[in-house]
Write a protein that binds this ligand. Structure first.
Ligand SMILES: NC(=O)c1ccc[n+]([C@@H]2O[C@H](COP(=O)([O-])OP(=O)(O)OC[C@H]3O[C@@H](n4cnc5c(N)ncnc54)[C@H](OP(=O)(O)O)[C@@H]3O)[C@@H](O)[C@H]2O)c1
Length: 286
């Protein structure tokens, strides 16, 4: 069965729209500020899509496009200004940043209450302690897909191929807290093929079909496959999986595009509404 991320995100957005309308009636106009440094084409498209999704839901946006020559201090100052701007509820920094800028320092300058990507060490620490303020959007979107399709996680052997702070690390905690047994793999993992063969659920986020493709012969019958990866193959956007060959063998599988991608954007909207709600009801203790 195909997991339809567009269908799930459409349903979730409809309930978010109601929340946005309520907030506006109470005088709070949810607002997301984005920061894009440089003019990388893919990053520009991602930011544009996020703005459009906000607009469709009635969330306003502040678009900060900055030249790639910006200094780290100037960027930090921009973030501090947005932290102090009461009309802004969420701040999103489109990654990656240019090499001369310290990404860790920049992310951790965001006020944790506006950290809608959930990437500050403060929010990562809260997640570690099972008290998340904001959960990173892609892992949260994946959990929502499992919920929507009633896919059991308890006692399942789940294999994640990715260990980034954006995907694999937060996801491993979320799944562990839902009683799954989690194995996190990466480029230095030995005997990946053997591990894949026994997994009940595989979540793959490599994003390079030249070095990794999940194929039918790698998985067991009835496996659940969540494909986070995005790459290009013969001019087409594809995931990590050889989708057509896996389809008959998997019990559930996400397509690319139309699987995890729409959920990531919807969870950004979700987190922005959450941030605005916290501000509106003065729930500002962490
Ligand atoms: N659909 C969405 O909404 C969404 C959201 C976020 C990301 N993505 C996509 O997901 C992918 C990963 O994103 P990211 O930011 O997490 O990138 P990343 O930091 O580069 O992560 C890639 C991961 O794949 C691992 N890897 C590389 N080669 C491997 C191999 N041969 N065998 C096993 N593991 C291997 C890497 O291991 P090492 O750690 O050892 O390098 C790393 O953990 C990208 O395609 C990105 O575009 C999609």
């Amino acid at each position: 069965m195909i997991i339809n991320g567009i269908e799930v995100s459409t349903k979730l957005k409809s309930s978010l729209r109601t929340k946005v309308d309520l907030l506006k009636k109470q005088g709070t106009h949810p607002c997301l500020a984005t920061i894009l440094v440089g003019n990388d084409q893919a990053s520009s498209i991602y930011v544009k899509n996020k703005h459009k999704a906000c607009y469709d839901l009635g969330i306003s946006t502040k678009d900060n496009k900055l030249d790639s020559s910006i200094t780290e201090n100037e960027l930090l100052k921009k973030i501090i200004d947005l932290n102090n701007d009461d009309s802004v509820h969420g701040i999103l920094i489109q990654l990656p940043l240019p090499r001369h800028i310290n990404q860790f320092k920049v992310i951790n300058t965001i006020n944790p209450l506006k950290d809608v990507d959930g990437l500050t060490y403060y929010n990562a620490g809260l997640l570690f302690n099972k008290k998340p303020l904001f959960i990173p959007c892609t892992p949260l979107g994946i959990i929502e897909l499992f919920k929507y399709y009633n896919i059991e996680l308890k006692s399942k052997d789940i294999l994640i191929i990715n260990r980034s702070i954006l995907v694999g690390k937060p996801l491993s905690l979320l799944l562990l807290d839902r009683d799954a047994t989690v194995t996190v793999c990466h480029s230095k993992t030995m005997f990946l093929e053997e591990k894949l063969k026994v997994a009940d659920i595989i979540i793959t986020a490599v994003g390079n079909r030249n070095i990794f493709t999940l194929k039918e012969e790698n998985v067991k019958e009835g496996v659940v496959i969540i494909d986070v990866g995005i790459s290009r193959l013969s001019g087409k956007v594809v995931g990590d999986t050889d989708f057509e060959s896996l389809l008959p063998k998997a019990s559930w599988i996400t397509p690319v595009p139309g699987g995890v991608g729409p959920m990531t954007i919807t969870m950004l909207l979700n987190n922005t509404v959450k941030a605005a709600t916290r501000k509106s009801f003065n729930l500002l203790d962490i």
